[in-house]
Design a protein around this ligand. Structure first.
Ligand code: GAP
Length: 447
């Protein structure tokens, strides 16, 4: 399969099967925005839930937070975003296209796509200028500068400004982390590669606060744990790497940063950054708010500003990586089968239930199994068309198991359970179907 076409096929499958649609499509679309359909919102929810389960629910040293998207403007001055969250922008006066100066070599001239911007005789490129990526907005009815703030470009700052609240309202002690999942907004100059770089997207971030002299150890732990998380959820080792930033790539306050990168159909791209941010953020917020954000260690009787390790992931970007990895086309008995080999924890629907035919009590029996399974996880009932077609539809949706009630069910109370990847079928006693599925779906974690 040509590499370039994998993304096109995936985009088309996502639209056709209700995973992801272009935002505001009936009005011609709004670039950089995407809507998650019935299967897509289940998949995205499962990505979030798997992250939350593995990083918050099952850890004693991480707690959750859900901060407001709108925050006081000073937050963004303290964090440095108002001053420095910019990309270098170049305009073409001839065709009105806009490019990121640092990506001009990978961009195409809209008038002649075989050339780079600036190479066509009609191109009139401007000098690069700084463009702030935050979306401006106003709080209250008057659009004046005193009321101005921004849609958050990251969830992290909501965590820093609540550090003291969490310390004061819980019994948690350093070292500990605060986790948050939620929407972030960036007015990207060139949103691209499907949902990879969007203007509205979702992040899953942890700020892990620790004693300065233990911070290198925590940095190494989080790097390994976060890398392994993607592997356990099905990203192949060969398509995954951990890349330590060179000194020249680091922000001035950062002691170290590593990126978990995935090999997308167009090349390597960042899934998550794990950054050692020192005491930069808490110190900045102390300075701008005038509030003491230091921590007093009861045991050692020391007071210090904690150092922070930040594993910062994109939920929507991870969803794209899981989709790319899962997507496969293969010839089966002379026919092309499209299948999404999603990890069972991520699959939007865990099982589909079919009557082989619409008679002899098969629909009723199937419906009873469907209703029973529905109490435990997402299931789908389908009685339309040939059973082979129904299997194919579930393969495309990434459903790990299909259960078919057939003529034999009435005689021996068994059904056929077909597994998505191997397409192998086995007969399972009707009263054991739930246990059978639960065991397979929860292998390695929660369904
Ligand atoms: N608090 C640190 C921070 O926000 P970042 O590298 O700018 O760091 C973290 O973003 C993650 O958020 C990225 O690794 C990526 O997965 C995701 N992300 C960033 N910008 C994105 C965009 N425009 N569209 C989709 N995901 C994005």
């Amino acid at each position: 399969m040509a590499e370039a076409s994998v993304l096109e096929k995936l985009v088309s499958l996502c639209k056709r099967r209700g995973f992801i649609y272009p935002g505001s499509e009936i009005y011609g679309g709004l670039q950089g925005t995407w809507d998650y359909g019935p299967l897509g919102c289940e998949l995205l929810r499962n990505v979030r839930n798997a992250w939350w389960h593995d990083n918050v629910t099952t850890r004693e040293d991480v707690v959750g937070l859900d901060a407001a998207i709108l925050m006081h403007r000073t937050v963004w001055q303290a964090s440095g975003h108002e001053e420095a969250f910019t990309d270098p922008l170049i305009d073409c006066k001839a065709c009105k296209a806009r490019f990121r100066a640092d990506q001009i070599d990978e961009s195409q001239c809209p008038r002649k796509p075989s050339k780079k911007p600036g190479e066509h005789s009609e191109c009139q490129l401007t000098e690069a200028r700084k463009f702030n990526l935050m979306f401006k907005t106003y709080v209250g009815p008057v659009e004046e500068s005193a009321a101005q703030t921004y849609l958050r470009p990251e969830t992290a700052q909501g965590i820093f400004v609540n550090f003291k609240n969490v310390c004061d309202s819980t019994r948690i002690k350093v070292p500990f982390g605060i986790a948050q999942v939620g929407k972030s907004f960036r007015n990207e100059i060139t949103p691209k590669q499907f949902i990879f770089r969007s203007r509205e997207f979702e992040q899953m971030e942890i700020e892990f606060f620790c004693k300065p002299d233990t911070s290198q150890e925590w940095y190494a732990k989080w790097r390994d744990e976060r890398f392994n998380w993607y592997k356990e959820l099905g990203l192949a080792g060969a398509n995954l790497r951990l890349r330590e930033h060179g000194k020249e790539e680091l922000a001035f306050y950062s002691i170290g940063t590593s990126d978990v990168e995935y090999k997308f159909p167009w090349g390597w791209g960042e899934l998550e950054g794990i950054a050692h941010r020192g005491d930069y953020d808490l110190t900045q917020h102390q300075k701008f708010s005038g509030k003491d954000l230091s921590y007093f260690d009861d045991e050692t009787k020391e007071r210090f500003v904690p150092h922070v390790i930040e594993p910062s992931a994109g939920a929507t970007r991870a969803t794209l990586a899981f989709l790319c990895e899962a997507f496969a086309e293969e010839m089966v008995e002379g026919e092309m089968r499209t299948v999404l080999r999603l990890h069972p924890r991520l699959a939007p629907v865990k099982a589909a239930v079919f009557p082989l035919v619409k008679k002899d009590g098969m629909p009723e029996k199937s419906m009873a199994i469907y209703k029973d399974l529905q109490k435990h996880f997402a299931v789908f009932y389908d009685e339309k068309g040939a059973v082979g077609r129904r299997y194919r539809r579930q393969d495309e949706a990434g459903t790990p198991f299909c259960i078919t009630v057939d003529g034999q069910t009435n005689q021996d109370q068994t059904v056929t359970v077909r597994e998505r990847d191997s397409m192998k079928q086995e007969r399972v006693s009707t009263d054991k179907v739930l246990t059978y599925l639960l065991e397979r779906l929860t292998r390695g974690g929660e369904a």
